[in-house]
Design a protein around this ligand. Structure first.
Ligand code: CMP
Length: 140
């Protein structure tokens, strides 16, 4: 399969907990190239916009509060079959159900504070990459 790009966020729990370096190292070990990345503090509007698809869910306000509590690292990642392989590398949304060796199994606390986000489909990845990065950011 040809190279594909996906979008990821190392979430506030992992950044504050000093796990960002270990997560980035694991992603590189699994064959992901870091195309570009940025550490940033999400505003409430930015977090609400990013997670707009979840706005009717009961956990939406709590999720936005969590995602704005401290800095995140937003990432563009590249490898063959990147979307699917990142989902596998992250593990299940709920760390209690995540397989051994996955990022969430190793580093996540709970279904909400689950240390990493990854796009769920190539179409979503394109939208999420464009939400955070410019064409010039991605031309690396
Ligand atoms: P993510 O993959 O970023 O997509 C949506 C996020 O919502 C998810 O990771 C979790 O952080 C959070 N989430 C999903 N389901 C729940 C839930 N049942 N309760 C609380 N938070 C959730």
């Amino acid at each position: 399969m040809s190279l594909e790009r996906t979008f990821s966020i190392i979430k506030p729990d992992a950044v504050a907990g000093g796990k960002a370096g270990a997560i980035l190292a694991l992603l590189e070990e699994r064959g992901f190239r870091i195309v570009t990345m940025r550490k940033m503090l999400l505003s409430q509007a930015q977090a609400e916009g990013f997670y707009a698809v979840h706005r009717e869910r009961p956990f939406f306000q709590s999720l936005v509060k969590f995602m704005t509590e401290g800095p995140v690292i937003v990432l563009a990642l590249e490898r063959a079959d990147a979307v699917k392989m990142l989902r596998e590398t992250m593990g299940a949304t709920n760390p209690a159900n995540a397989a051994e060796g996955t990022i969430r199994k190793r580093f996540a606390e709970s279904i909400e504070r689950n240390c990493i986000h990854g796009s769920d489909a190539p179409e979503t990845a394109a939208v999420e990459l464009a939400y955070f990065f410019s064409t010039l950011d991605l031309a690396i």
